[in-house]
Each structure stands twice: as C-alpha cells, then as structure tokens.
Design a protein around this ligand. Structure first.
Ligand code: DAH
Length: 345
C-alpha cells in the first residue's frame, strides 16, 4: 500500500521534470497545478497518516522534493519568459534612428557683457564682490553721503519694501562700496556686478530693473590720474584699441570731484552716427574720487587713504556692443532673440 503511494509521488516528480510549458498560459497552468492553492502535491502530504512510522521520514522528504522540483522548474520558466520579453523589446529599438537633439542654451547677452567687464578688470587685480539686492537705507544712501534730506535722493526713484522706510531694493551697486569698506580694510580693489531697481516707467531706453557694475579702488596715494588710466585701459579693452575717452565734470554725492566718462563712438569713430546721436561720443559711466566723508562713514582714515570709484550700467554696454535698440528685449527671454548670442565667456 505505502509502496504505491511512494510510486505516485515519484511519478508526479517525473511529470514535473518532463513538463514543457511554452506559452504564458501554459506556464500559469503549470503553476496552478503544482504550486497553486489547490495544487497536486498538497494532498500527498495528507497521505502521511497512511504511511507506517518507519517510512514517514522518507515519505516526507520525497513529497518535499516534489515541491522543490516544482518551484525550481517554475522559477526557471519565469526567468526564461522574462529574458524573452527583454529580447522582444530590444528588438523594437531602431538603432539607425537619429538621436534626439539636445538643445543647448546660450549665455544671456547681459551675462556675456558682465563677464567681459569682470574679465577686463580681473586682469588688473580687481576682485568680484557681490552683495544683497534688498538693502538698508544706510548702505544704499547714508553711507554714500546721501542723508535723508539730501536732494540727491530724488535722483533715484526708490522702491521701498512694504511698510518700511528703511529697507529697499538697492538703486545702485554703490551700496557694495559701503558694504566692502565697512567690513574690509584697504587696500581694496573690487568690481561689484549686480541687479538694481528704480521706479521708472518702462520704455525702449529705461527699465525698472537693470544691471550695474561698480568699481572701487582704495589705497594710499590713489590719484585721479590712476583712475583715468584705469578707465582708459578698460575702454580700449572693451571697445577696441583705437578707443578714446573723455571725462566731463559731473556730480555724485559719493565722489569729489565727480565725472562722467564718454568713449569715442566705436561704430563711427567720432564721425557721428545714430548710436552716438551724431555727437561722436557715448556716455558709459559715472566716476570720481571717493568723497572723504564716505571713507569716514565706513571707518577708513581719509587722511591716510584715497580712492576712486566708478559705476556703469550693463544694459547700456550690451546694447551698444550688440546694437540692440530696445532694452525690453533683454528682459523678455524670447528664445528667438537669445539664440542669436553665443560666447565663450
Ligand atoms: N551710482 C551711480 C548711479 O547709479 C553711478 C556711479 C557714479 C557710481 C559715480 C560710482 C561713481 O561709483 O563714482 O548712477
């Protein structure tokens, strides 16, 4: 009697081993038959009670063997099915199809111009100093010799933060002069690029946000002649070696004396064209000797140290370099416009 049952188990094992399910459905049928909840191996365990004690162990082992043979076979079948599926999809890849073109961005003309300016001054030892756009009244105005009742405050229409009389969006990068001088001591040689804000009506020539680069040099014995030579070097590097500069007397609260600098029009070489409005010259920056009061406001001894400073709008330079006639194009981020600019820096 028990020999018969042993035989039955062995037969099932043989069946499992020789089974060759091919399709997904056949594999699933195999699983249900030998490993499902109502599989054929389970009832064999129930036969245990009909097995004499001395054979129980061997019987149990045989039934377990049936189970593990079924499991191993099923796992092998599953693996084969999965790699076949992989192969099927691999077959779908068209290796001759053209690759998807990666769109490469280009630098914004403002960044290109700014990098150019930083690079030119970097070569003569000016280090980049960047600082906050939300500034306090002191660094933007008072330290720069523009106290509250000073009429020069009207020169720049300021955006104040909501409900604040002291926090504002910086109106110029000159605030970085105060930040630097207050917290570093001479010699100071910095170039400070960044965004500035003014409450101006937006037009082809003006915007309420734009960019400036500020320069500051403070040391012993810094003279107006040093400033002039430095700015001539800059103008010739920026606009070509034939460029001439001209300094016109001007007024800024933080410099004394103050000047505005023009460069000879690099389009018409002073003959007159519509870029220079037929004057032959284009104004590009304000500059001057740092007012001793500004040095003192920032705890720098004005008896010992002197310095020069300058500030220029980047949009202005970019518009000249690339002959852009409307400043708004620089803020619209229209890719058809931006795609025209390429640069290594
Ligand atoms: N801060 C001035 C402006 O926004 C520009 C300027 C003029 C900066 C003269 C300077 C300077 O450092 O010396 O119009």
């Amino acid at each position: 009697m028990s020999a018969e049952i042993f035989e039955k188990v062995k037969q099932i094992i043989a069946e499992i081993e020789s089974a060759t399910p091919q399709t997904k459905e056949e594999v699933e049928a195999f699983r249900i038959q030998y490993l499902g909840t109502k599989n054929q191996i389970k009832p064999l365990m129930g036969e245990m009670r009909n097995i004499p004690n001395e054979e129980k162990k061997a019987y149990g082992q045989l039934v377990n063997q049936a189970k593990s043979v079924a499991e191993a076979k099923f796992n092998a079948l599953k693996e084969r099915a999965e790699s076949a599926a992989d192969e099927a999809t691999a077959g779908d890849i068209d290796l001759t199809a053209p690759a998807v073109v990666e769109e490469l961005g280009s630098r914004h003309p403002i960044s290109v111009t700014q990098n150019k300016i930083i690079d030119i001054f970097g070569r003569i030892g000016f280090k980049v100093a960047e600082d906050r756009e939300i500034e306090d009244d002191w660094h933007n105005f008072s330290a720069m010799n523009t106290p509250e009742d000073h009429p020069a405050r009207d020169m720049q229409d300021t955006f104040y933060l909501k409900d604040s009389t002291s926090m504002l969006l910086r109106t110029h990068t000159s605030s970085v002069q105060a930040r630097t001088m207050k917290y570093q001591k001479p010699p100071i040689r910095i170039i400070a690029p960044g965004r500035v804000y003014r409450n101006e009506t937006i037009s082809a020539r003006a915007h309420c946000q734009f960019h400036q680069v500020e320069g500051l040099y403070v040391d012993e014995n810094v003279s107006f002649a040093d400033m002039k030579q430095t700015l001539l070097y800059f103008a010739q590097e920026m606009y070509g070696p034939q460029t001439k500069i001209r300094l016109r007397p001007s007024y800024f609260p933080f410099t004394e004396p103050s000047a505005e600098m023009d460069v000879s029009c690099f389009i018409c070489d002073t003959k007159g064209c519509n870029v220079c409005k037929y004057t032959g010259w284009v104004e590009i920056m304000g500059c001057g000797m740092v007012d001793p009061k500004v040095l003192e406001n920032c705890d720098i001894d004005s008896e010992k140290y002197t310095g020069f400073a300058f500030g220029m709008g980047i949009e202005r330079q970019a518009m000249m370099l690339y002959k852009i006639t409307d400043i708004r194009l620089l803020f619209e981020n229209d890719v058809r416009f931006l795609k025209q600019f390429t640069s290594a820096i």
